[in-house]
Design a protein around this ligand. Structure first.
Ligand code: HEC
Ligand code: HEC
Length: 296
């Protein structure tokens, strides 16, 4: 506040308090027994009685309270008050307390490996909190994912489920790109693929269809999805032989993947989270996927 407005506020506030007191005392006396001029209904008259003592005292107390408050706390223009209290100072003290307790919480976890942290209830509760705040929006509150957002609890990993791979996924993010292949294959070739890929794990699939599909797969897809169709962690290409589908299974979804491509992006979190937070959230995710904390 500029000095002018500060002085303005001080003068107005003090003047208002004095005016309140004056008003109270000027009206405190009254003249007992005397009636005013107003008459209603022939004989109803207004008496000029003093204000009740308790009521008056209450008002004086509030004015004194205001004066005391303004003497000790900031409020009168730019004056800081005798206690030197500020809301910023209060916030900084709170922040320092929270930082210290957070530091102590993470300090206790120093030197533990991620599989060890995944067994540690204190680390898991910190990790879960980080997950809820930063990851649940995409991967779901239970980490089971949704269409386009991988389930992190099923033990099926595109980029690897080791502690190192999980930390790398979180820190640097991941981008998986399957290019659109529309126009590069004939209608029959496409049909052979979509009659086979969604049913890879289905033993009842006719041998003829399996062979036709595998032939196309070897020519067009195995470079990225692996000769056995189980995916390559270096590319983040999914295993197509299990029944876990990031974008949904069935002929139509596979047709869309082939014709139009797929591209999922996991954003990098190294700028958003500090190393301690990444460690505990990785441990929580690791624990979710292994359930008993044992490596798979
Ligand atoms: C250039 C590498 C590349 C080629 C070639 C490729 N893919 Fe992919 N494919 C990927 C990647 C990477 C993903 C994962 C995309 C993502 O996670 O967003 C993927 C995803 C898919 C999916 C989605 C799987 C799911 O879980 O929903 C299907 C289906 C698929 N590919 C089938 C095929 C078929 C069939 C072919 C051959 C015609 C093929 N892909 C060729 C890299 C490739
Ligand atoms: C904006 C949405 C989004 C947010 C936020 C997000 N993720 Fe992801 N995450 C994805 C997508 C999409 C993929 C799959 C990327 C792909 O297809 O290549 C992924 C992939 C992953 C993977 C690799 C999965 C695998 O199969 O290898 C891990 C691990 C992971 N996320 C953990 C996390 C954690 C932990 C957080 C929070 C710190 C987080 N993610 C926040 C969207 C997100």
């Amino acid at each position: 506040m500029s000095p002018f407005w500060s002085a303005f506020v001080i003068v107005i506030s003090v003047a208002m308090m004095i005016a309140c007191l004056w008003l109270l005392f000027a009206n405190a006396k009254g003249v007992p027994g005397q009636t005013g001029e107003h008459v209603w209904d022939d004989d109803l008259r207004e008496y000029n009685n003093p204000l009740p003592r308790w009521w008056l005292n209450l008002f004086v107390l509030t004015v004194l309270f205001a004066a005391g408050y303004l003497a000790f706390y900031p409020g009168l223009g730019n004056l800081s008050g005798r206690l030197g209290w500020t809301s910023r100072g209060q916030m900084e003290a709170d922040l320092a307390r929270i930082t210290a307790s957070r530091y102590a919480a993470f300090k206790a976890l120093d030197g533990k490996s991620i599989p060890e942290l995944a067994q540690d209830p204190a680390a898991l509760s910190l990790g879960r909190a980080v997950f809820m705040a930063n990851c649940a929006g995409c991967h779901g509150a239970d980490a089971r994912g949704a269409i386009g957002f991988p389930n992190l609890t099923d033990g099926d990993w595109k980029f690897g489920g080791t502690p190192e791979a999980i930390v790398a996924s979180i820190s640097h993010g991941r981008t998986a790109v399957m290019p659109p292949l529309n126009g590069t294959l004939s209608a029959q070739e496409l049909q052979d693929l979509i009659d086979f890929v969604p049913f890879w794990s289905d033993d009842t699939l006719p041998v003829r269809k399996r062979e036709a599909g595998l032939k196309q797969f070897a020519a067009r897809c195995s470079g990225c999805h692996g000769a056995d169709g189980r995916g390559l962690t270096a590319l983040g290409s999914p295993n197509l032989t299990d029944d876990i589908w990031l974008y949904g299974g069935g002929r139509e979804k596979v047709r869309q993947a082939i014709l139009f491509g797929r591209s999922g992006q996991m954003p990098a979190h190294e700028q958003l989270l500090d190393a301690d937070e990444i460690r505990v959230v990785a441990a929580w995710v690791y624990g979710q996927s292994t359930h008993d904390g044992a490596a798979r």
